[in-house]
Design a protein around this ligand. Structure first.
Ligand code: PEP
Ligand code: MN
Length: 437
């Protein structure tokens, strides 16, 4: 069966189908962004995370934008992720698997298809790969040319990230490369620097004994995005005879969002047919009766590394909603990687209309997630976060105790509120504490 025979939620309504088909034809001839070797290497690493031998750090913007495809924004985001992963490696004493929410995170699910202001109704903004954010008829028209631009911007981002992490930027001998200019006086930056100085001492000590150690000069970085726009994903899904199957080569690690995870829906049907490691967001409405058939559909052979479940329950619901799922999956003897997304269940609107999240609620959900897994005898093997290296004020609380009034100072997200530097680093430190590091 093809996904085209199932109900595909959250897809744009293109006006000119011939134009769409031309753009998809072009896209399907363009080179892919990743290779099947990389995809299979990630699957193997995720299998190790399932066994508790690695920890997954997955993070980036809620929605990337074409305008933010710039050198400082890409490298600052990478800096935060590298700093967090250093905290995790040091504290957890195990390898960290780094996966960006970038190089393709351009399509967004929306709660309504249209938006009305002052009597004018237009299609909702669905991400830069679909239409533009401005509230004009021209910007909001789903434009097939944006599919090509989405591919190009993903390639530009990926090219820059690959060059940075291969070419010396990620060298553990020079963690000062990852310092962010604007965090000079942060209390957490000082704690982080003390830790880094300690690591530097150990590194020099080891290399005095053993000579230069190659593994310390670079890292692996994988990419992920919500594979929402099925036409786009299909055009970049390629048959790889060497590895006997179809791979989505637009990203290493696509995921199914909470709104499109119906068992009989088009997204699940599409994901069944690809060999990538995949993830599914699991929200508070998911029961064991819904989850087990989904696991059967997406990973019928119980293949290691294939399926990650990202729970996003909300701090007030996780204690009630998560344990039955953990219990059911454990009893069924199914192999999954459990990952916590403490962001998406904790979104709220302020009185003046900002979409925000309270850091205390995010921290509480993550904190509870570790305890709930420990009590259930399951393993929490990763986190999924929305964060940025820019000086934003989008989530309230954290080390600088951002208030509702602070939000207007630097609220830049087009969709969901992201953690800033201190809030991100604080969560990394929390993970270390909860894991007994
Ligand atoms: C997201 O990850 O940005 C998102 C929309 O999440 P969810 O599907 O969990 O709501
Ligand atoms: Mn989001």
């Amino acid at each position: 069966m093809s996904w085209q025979q199932c109900v595909a939620l959250q897809q744009p309504q293109y006006e000119d189908l011939a134009e769409l088909s031309r753009a998809l034809g072009e896209l399907s001839q363009l080179p892919p962004l990743v290779t099947s070797w990389e995809v299979l290497a990630l699957k193997q690493a995720l299998a190790e995370a399932q066994e508790g031998k690695r920890f997954l750090l997955q993070g980036g913007d809620c929605a990337e934008s074409f305008a933010d495809c710039t050198s400082p924004i890409i490298s600052n985001r990478l800096k935060v992720l590298l700093q967090m992963s250093l905290v995790l490696v040091h504290g957890l004493k195990q390898p960290v698997l780094r996966v960006g929410r970038f190089a393709g995170q351009y399509a967004k699910p929306r709660s309504a298809d249209t938006e009305t202001h002052d009597g004018v109704t237009l299609p909702s903004f669905r991400g830069d790969v679909v239409n533009g954010p401005d509230f004009t008829a021209a910007a909001r028209r789903p434009d097939p040319q944006r599919l090509i631009r989405g591919h190009a911007h993903s390639a530009l981002t990926m090219n820059f990230v690959r060059a940075l992490v291969d070419g010396g930027f990620a060298d553990l001998h020079h963690p000062e490369y990852w310092d962010l200019a604007w965090v000079e006086h942060s209390p957490l930056a000082a704690e982080y620097r003390r830790m880094v100085a300690g690591i530097g001492d150990s590194l020099r000590f080891m290399e005095t004994l053993a000579g230069p150690i190659a593994g310390f000069t670079r890292v692996d970085f994988f990419t992920s995005h919500e594979a929402l726009l099925l036409h786009y994903e299909q055009a970049l899904t390629r048959q790889v005879p060497r590895h006997r199957g179809w791979f989505n080569l637009s990203t290493h690690f696509p995921w199914i969002g909470m709104r499109t995870a119906a068992l009989d829906g088009a997204h699940v049907e599409y994901f069944r047919g690809i060999r990538n490691p995949i993830a599914v967001k699991v929200g508070p409405s998911v029961t064991p009766e819904l989850l087990l058939p989904l696991i059967d559909a997406l990973n019928p052979e119980d293949e290691p590394g294939r399926l990650t479940l990202i729970h996003r329950m909300g701090h007030a619901s996780i204690a009630e909603k998560l344990p039955p799922l953990l219990d059911a999956v454990r009893r069924a003897g199914r192999r999954v990687l459990w990952v916590a997304d403490p962001m998406h269940g904790n979104t709220e609107n302020t009185s003046i209309g900002y979409k925000t999240r309270r850091f205390d609620n995010i921290r509480s959900e993550l904190d509870q997630a570790f305890d709930i897994h420990a009590a259930a005898g399951t393993h929490l093997g990763g986190v999924h976060l929305e964060l940025t290296g820019e000086d934003v004020t989008e989530c309230m609380g954290g080390a600088r105790d951002l208030s509702e009034a602070d939000l207007q100072r630097a609220y830049k997200s087009m969709v969901d509120p992201r953690l800033n530097y201190e809030q991100s680093l604080e969560l990394a430190m929390l993970i270390v504490r909860k894991s007994g590091g």
